[in-house]
Design a protein around this ligand. Structure first.
Ligand SMILES: Cc1ncc(C[n+]2csc(CCOP(=O)(O)OP(=O)(O)O)c2C)c(N)n1
Length: 611
């Protein structure tokens, strides 16, 4: 760090250093911190606009509260870069999200100042209340503060927590960081309510707010960029007993012109020229799966006006921007409300619509009961376009889509598809919309192998795999993104390759035929090995009484940390080289042990083959 540009920030290695400064200097600290964020994030990209809006808040909160003894929780954690800088991680900020670098969000293993690990939104109030209860139970004198955005406040869990907090007489401060934005524009009646609170309605009379009525003492609205004002207000609140809510008004992207003007683009930019705000583009290699899904959905919607799209606050990430423009009345951003997204889709499906819920694999975890109870149990034709299924990279362990095959596979009625390429993604979406039952298409982050995309829409036969290559000895049964990852390997070693296409229903016929014709089977998927698609193959073999060597390749039984997507794949052993090494070694070891065993006969339902 350059001491000339950041004379004060240079001296802050912990919040203790910050607290030694006179209050008059805090504005300068905030200004240096903001410049430092702009400089640093421009190098490698990262979460940006939300952090710029939370600079003064971070400075004031660490100045007033005795962190880490007092607990400071950042909801989602994408706005926590200023907090990381002030808590001893200044010099490491440039490596955030990279392999071995700082975690993308607050993480308890990384710092004692990160009171609660985050990444998924709207958990801060529940966790803060838990800490307040623990402090009360252990008679620990401690203040607990949760900072939550207006977007994150739209989630059910945040309201569940408010409901609980308001009924408890505990010292807890909720700082509502209201910038009137989620990743895209804030939506919903609660957001309208906050706007009304800010509109001056409250200033004319002492109007009781929703929060007061729920048992939290409402303070504000206050200017979230006036660090002196914030410090004064927080000092007061620190001495006030009971649940409090401080309504703070901020500007997303504050202090960086392009980000203030377009906070959506600047929510999480890649590297950019800090002076001009121009993105430093990497060469793009064809359309991403998200883009293919986006165009295919538009094509399907044009053919069938019953098709509607639902997103839980992820319009940009899920590729629904163009859809929302073309079909504004058939597009629903429900806020950060995954559970509601699924049940509202179920209701639509009951009465003749064809809802497509576009959702990230990691966020679908939030709506598991709705998936089972509201959609699958009633066999309703809801389509799930599950993006970021597999390893996502920089957003790390909280966002890896490692589990969706595992948690979906056991649900009756559900069709689960995994496209091997972009064209299959398109056709599977169409197949899902035509199959009249709940159906999921799960595709990874980024680009596919780059196959031509057919403009027509076809329907795959449900539960049928595709033989890609007939070889000898070992057959690889690959799912989704792993089909192309195995192509070179099967050519080099004359193995069979099957693109399984369907995780459910599984093509049992092809599994048993391959078992009969090969010495060994290898399953490969970009999902947890535990309970994943490979487990489904094992179950088929066991049920049929087939005994043969089977290797399951997939994500190992641990959380995969952040890094570039390729780093994460390598870490999980799912990059091309890793797969080749693993599979060929396993085959060689198997061949050695087979030579040392007497020949035996395998029984495969109705057939006999020798091994
Ligand atoms: C459960 C869950 N769903 C979706 C997201 C993706 N997401 C990250 S930040 C964000 C918007 C948060 O808005 P807000 O809380 O208002 O913060 P701001 O970015 O406006 O500061 C969303 C939807 C998430 N992190 N967690």
């Amino acid at each position: 760090m350059n001491a000339v540009n950041y004379p004060l920030l240079m001296r802050i290695d912990s919040p203790g250093d910050l607290r030694l400064l006179s209050p008059k200097l805090l504005e300068q600290v905030a200004s240096e911190l903001r410049s430092y964020l702009i400089d640093t994030v421009s190098q490698n990209g990262g979460h940006f606009a939300a952090g710029l809006g939370a600079v003064e808040l971070a400075v004031a909160l660490h100045y007033v509260y005795q962190t880490p003894h007092d607990r400071l929780l950042w909801d989602v954690g994408h706005q926590a870069y200023p907090h990381k800088v002030l808590t001893g991680r200044r010099e490491r900020l440039s490596g955030i999200k990279l392999r071995g670098g700082l975690a993308p969000f607050p993480a308890r293993y990384e710092s004692e100042y990160d009171a609660f690990g985050v990444g998924h939104s709207s958990t801060s109030l529940s966790a803060a209340l838990g800490m307040a209860i623990a402090a009360a139970r252990t008679a620990t004198a401690r203040r607990i503060v949760a900072v939550i955005g207006d977007g994150a406040m739209s989630a059910g869990i945040a309201f569940e927590a408010l409901n609980h907090i308001g009924s408890m007489d505990l010292d807890i401060l909720v700082v509502l960081n209201d910038n009137d934005m989620s990743i895209s524009e804030a939506t919903g009646a609660f957001s309208n309510y906050l706007a009304r609170l800010l509109s001056g309605e409250r200033e004319t009379a002492r109007v009781r707010t929703l929060f007061d009525d729920m048992g939290l003492n409402y303070a504000g609205p206050v200017d979230g960029h006036d660090v002196g004002g914030l410090v004064a207000t927080l000092k007061n609140l620190r001495e006030t007993r009971g649940p409090q809510l401080l309504h703070v008004v901020t500007t997303k992207g504050k202090g960086y012109g392009p980000a203030e003007a377009d906070p959506i683009t600047w929510h999480g930019p890649g590297p950019f020229d800090a002076r001009t705000g121009v993105a430093i583009k990497e060469n793009s290699a064809g359309p991403t799966y998200t883009q293919v899904f986006a165009q295919s959905l538009i094509d399907c919607a044009q053919r069938d006006e019953r098709v509607v799209a639902i997103t839980p606050a992820m319009r940009e990430g899920s590729g629904l921007v163009e859809f929302s423009r073309r079909f504004p009345l058939r597009y629903f951003d429900v806020g950060i409300a995954e559970q509601h997204a699924l049940t509202v889709a179920a209701g639509m499906a009951c009465d003749g619509l064809k809802p497509v819920v576009a959702i990230y694999s990691t966020f679908l975890q939030r709506a598991y009961d709705q998936l089972i109870h509201d959609v699958a149990l009633q066999n309703l034709p809801v389509v799930f376009a599950i993006d970021r299924a597999g390893l996502v990279g920089g957003d790390g362990a909280t966002h890896q889509g490692s589990f969706d095959l595992t948690y979906q596979r056991c649900i009756p009625n559900l069709v689960i598809m995994a496209p091997a390429d972009e064209n299959e993604c398109r056709q599977m979406l169409h197949t899902a919309l035509c199959c009249d039952r709940p159906a999921a298409v799960r595709y990874p982050r980024g680009t596919g192998p780059g196959v031509p995309i057919e403009s027509h829409l076809s329907i795959y036969s449900i539960g049928k795999a595709e033989l890609r290559r007939a070889g000898r000895g070992t057959a690889i049964l690959a799912f989704g993104s792993m089909v192309s990852a195995c192509q070179a390997l099967v050519e080099a070693h004359d193995m069979t390759l099957v693109n399984m296409r369907f995780v459910k229903p599984l093509d049992e016929e092809i599994v048993l035929t391959l078992a009969a014709n090969h010495d060994a089977l290898v399953t490969v998927e970009e999902n947890a090995i535990a309970g994943g698609a490979g487990s489904a193959i094992n179950e088929v073999l066991l049920a049929a009484g087939v005994q043969m060597p089977v290797l399951n390749c997939g994500i190992p039984d641990r959380f995969i940390e952040h890094g570039a997507r390729n780093d994460c794949l390598r870490d999980a052993g799912l990059d091309r080289e890793g797969l080749e090494r693993r599979i060929t070694r396993w085959c060689q070891a198997g061949a050695r042990s087979a030579r040392s065993r007497p020949p035996r006969t395998l029984h495969v339902i109705g057939r006999q083959i020798s091994s």
